[in-house]
Ligand binder design. Structure first.
Ligand SMILES: [Zn+2]
Length: 148
């Protein structure tokens, strides 16, 4: 009976597998995590079972990744699925740990892109983007421009 209650409880679910949502969400912020190889120290986004650098298997420590990063490359999306507002900015963000993440960027005008966007500093904020069929909140990482 106790198990049934747990199943019915509304939960916050990450949209991507490399987003960690603390039990105390939203009082505690969600964050991106990676796996650090115990043998060579290489860091990868999300969970990892084998190291792409040294070949070690199953020897990883979870590490919290930085909220801040820089835009490595971007594109402006003008057409998307029905119900998705366009235009929006899709980017690859470089994190200081040497990991890259694909995410949308907010705080820039998608109708006026420019080369000065490359290298722009952004900060991750995890937000509820919708509710799934079971009534769970779906949480996604979004990147906002850091004004310098
Ligand atoms: Zn390794």
């Amino acid at each position: 009976m106790a198990q049934e209650q747990v199943v019915q409880e509304k939960k916050a679910k990450p949209l991507v597998p490399f987003l960690r949502i603390p039990d105390k969400w939203p009082d505690e912020p969600a964050y991106l995590f990676g796996s650090r190889c115990q043998k060579c120290g290489a860091i990868f986004l999300g969970e990892r079972y084998a190291c792409g650098r040294c070949g070690a298997v199953g020897e990883f420590d979870e590490v919290r990744l930085s909220d801040e990063g820089e835009i490595y490359v971007f594109t402006v999306i003008h057409q998307s699925f029905p119900g998705i507002e366009t235009p929006y900015i899709a980017a690859i963000i470089d994190l200081p740990e040497g990991v890259s993440v694909r995410a949308n960027v907010y705080g820039l005008d998608p109708n006026n892109p420019g080369p000065y966007w490359f290298g722009k500093k952004v900060r991750m904020r995890a937000e509820k983007i919708r509710v799934d069929r079971e009534g769970n909140d779906v949480i996604a990482p979004k990147y906002y421009v850091v004004e310098e």
